[in-house]
Every structure is written in structure tokens, then in C-alpha cells.
Design a protein around this ligand. Structure first.
Ligand code: TXA
Ligand code: MG
Length: 316
């Protein structure tokens, strides 16, 4: 594809206004959210959405999340429900994505939904994302701003390392606070956890008043984005390691000797925020990566999900 000049925009009023202008003319802009950086394009503009897939080199059967400034904007595009209302009131803006049926006259490009009759919507909490979405005043389709299959970006530098020359601009809002993609809950049938993420499923269950259905591992069309080999560093990744072997670098958790530590204090929120940046740094060593065990509750469920994907066998 053509190489274009990627502008690095400061996240002040002028930079945000420029980013909204670029989105309006169908260009792609990477922007910070509290979870990871998103690669944004106008969700109503099929050419802009096609350009997102092209820039990422992403398989086009993988639907995208539409980002909006508030619940009122979400309701322009989806059929709203009482459960959506409760979850939005409790967790928006924040790291929760809701999948709901599309409504008539939704205006969303079919390339966003990959032909499904549902749409994933999210109101991000990052002030720069909110300002951009308010200025743009429309739905912004945004997958994580990394080439398909690579580690998700939590800084503007990560975005540029993967996508410079392929997108119009990146808005630099500093490192992401949550560090893991949003939790995705399907509400078009029984409430279902479609992807563990930056909001612990237990918190969603408290608000709903009952457990979420869990999707069978590796199964089901409803999680089309859940390709097993995802978030992959270049070198091999070995899980549940108690120490490094051979020339491995060790990614630790809790008090221990290691090359990178997700959280020396054993704090899962800190570990989530550190995970992708630590993987980027270890990946840059070119050595295989051993990973110490991480507890499998709360945010640990999403951390372990991403680590299993990083360790999964690759196609290429
Ligand atoms: O935190 C996040 O969610 C980040 C930031 C940028 O907001 N975005 C993100 O997008 O992770 P992406 O494209 O990497 O992941 C979107 C996920 C995929 O797993 C996709 O399959 C799922 O959302 N998805 C999108 N639309 C869906 C739908 N209609 N039904 C079921 N799953 C859907
Ligand atoms: Mg992604």
C-alpha cells in the first residue's frame, strides 16, 4: 500500500480539533483510550472502515467496536434495553463494550459489523477520546491500533512502531491507564461474556444481579475477533514458568527476580496496565519469553486470556 506521512498530534484543543477534521474527511486517526490506543475511522463511511482493515492487515470477518461520546449517541444506532441502561449507568464511560441489535436507520457501515445484525458500542473514559468523540459527534470504529496479530499499543510510540506510514495521524495522550482492551458483554440474548477485559466480569455480574453466560473457549461465531494467536510477540512465549530457562527473558508477577515485573506488589490492576508495554519491551530483546503465573480472578482472567493468546501457536 501507499506510504503516507503520519502526523503526531499533541492532545490539546488544536490537536483534537485537527483529529476530528481528519475523521470527517474519511482519514484514519489513532487516539488514546483508557484501555489501549484505538485506530479510528468514521463508522458510517465504508471507505474509511475499509482503510482500517487495510492499515491493520486484519481479516475482514472481524467486526469492530463503534465508539461514541455517551449513551444517547449509542442509542442512535442500537436497540436499547433495560440491561444496557443499568450497565451503561454503572460503567460508562469506561472499559465496557455492549453488543446490541442494530436499529433501523442505524447508518453504520456493514464493514463495521461484518454483516452481523448487532453492533458493539462503547463510551471510552479517556478525556482525549471523549473530547474527540464529542467534537466529531458521530460513531468512530476503532480496533486496537496495532497491525493484526501483534501486541496491542498502550503508548503513541507503540502505535507509530506498528502503523507509521499507514495512517494520517496519532493523537498522543500518554500511556493508557487500564492497559487491557474492554470487557465485551453481549446483550442481544442472555447476557454473555464475549471477551474478558479491563472491567472484571464479577463487577458486571453484581450490577446485573446474576452470572454472565461464558462463551465456550475457541467456539462460537459471536466472538469472531477471538483469533487464538493474537497479541503475539515475535519470539516463543512459555506460560506458568517458575524461572527463566536457557536464554529466555522472564516476565514476573509479585515479589521475584525477573527481567520485567507486571506488579512487584502483586496488584492485578497495575499488572493489566503494564502488560502490553512489558511484552513490547521483552519482544524487543528478540529472546523467548517465560511468564510467571498470574492469579486467575478479577482482572487476572483477562490478563491470562491475553497471555494464552500470546503463547498460542502462530500461522506465520
Ligand atoms: O478496549 C477496546 O475495546 C479497544 C479500544 C480501542 O476501544 N478496542 C478493541 O477493538 O479491542 P478490537 O477490534 O481489537 O476488538 C473488537 C472485538 C473483537 O473481538 C470483535 O470480534 C468483537 O469486538 N465484536 C465487535 N463487534 C461484535 C459483534 N457485533 N458481536 C460480537 N463481537 C463483536
Ligand atoms: Mg485488537
Amino acid at each position: 500500500m501507499y506510504r503516507i506521512e503520519t502526523t503526531q498530534l499533541t492532545a490539546d484543543a488544536a490537536g483534537i480539533a485537527r483529529a476530528a477534521e481528519l475523521l470527517r474527511v474519511g482519514e484514519l486517526v489513532a487516539f488514546p483510550t483508557e484501555t489501549v490506543y484505538g485506530l479510528g475511522g468514521d463508522a458510517r463511511n465504508g471507505r474509511a472502515v475499509a482503510a482500517i482493515y487495510a492499515a491493520k492487515g486484519r481479516p475482514s470477518f472481524n467486526p469492530l467496536i463503534a465508539h461514541v461520546a455517551d449513551a444517547a449517541m449509542a442509542r442512535r444506532h442500537v436497540i436499547w434495553t433495560e440491561q444496557a441502561d443499568r450497565l451503561a449507568a454503572a460503567f460508562w464511560p469506561g472499559p465496557l463494550t455492549l453488543v446490541l441489535p442494530l436499529r433501523d436507520g442505524h447508518g453504520i457501515s456493514e464493514l463495521v459489523t461484518a454483516g452481523l445484525d448487532t453492533l458493539a458500542v462503547r463510551v471510552p473514559a479517556h478525556p482525549v477520546a471523549r473530547a474527540l468523540l464529542t467534537d466529531f459527534d458521530g460513531p468512530v470504529a476503532a480496533p486496537s491500533a496495532n497491525p493484526s496479530g501483534r501486541i496491542s499499543p498502550t503508548t503513541a510510540a507503540h502505535v507509530l512502531a506498528g502503523l507509521a506510514g499507514r495512517i494520517a495521524a496519532v493523537l498522543d495522550g500518554g500511556p493508557c491507564g487500564v492497559g487491557l482492551e474492554s470487557t465485551i458483554v453481549g446483550l442481544s440474548g442472555e447476557p454473555t461474556l464475549l471477551r474478558p477485559g479491563g472491567l472484571a466480569a464479577e463487577e458486571v455480574e453484581v450490577v446485573l444481579g446474576h452470572p454472565l453466560l461464558r462463551q465456550a473457549e475457541g467456539g462460537a461465531i459471536s466472538a469472531p475477533g477471538q483469533l487464538l494467536s493474537h497479541y503475539a510477540p515475535r519470539g516463543a512465549v512459555r506460560l506458568e514458568a517458575s524461572e527463566a530457562r536457557g536464554n529466555e527473558v522472564l516476565l514476573g508477577f509479585g515479589p521475584m527476580e525477573c527481567d520485567e515485573n507486571l506488579s512487584p506488589a502483586g496488584d492485578l490492576a497495575e499488572a493489566a496496565a503494564t502488560l502490553f508495554a512489558a511484552l513490547h519491551r521483552l519482544d524487543a530483546t528478540g529472546r523467548p519469553i517465560a511468564v510467571a503465573p498470574v492469579p486467575d480472578h478479577g482482572l487476572g482472567v483477562a490478563i491470562n486470556d491475553r497471555l494464552r493468546r500470546a503463547a498460542a501457536p502462530r500461522d506465520s
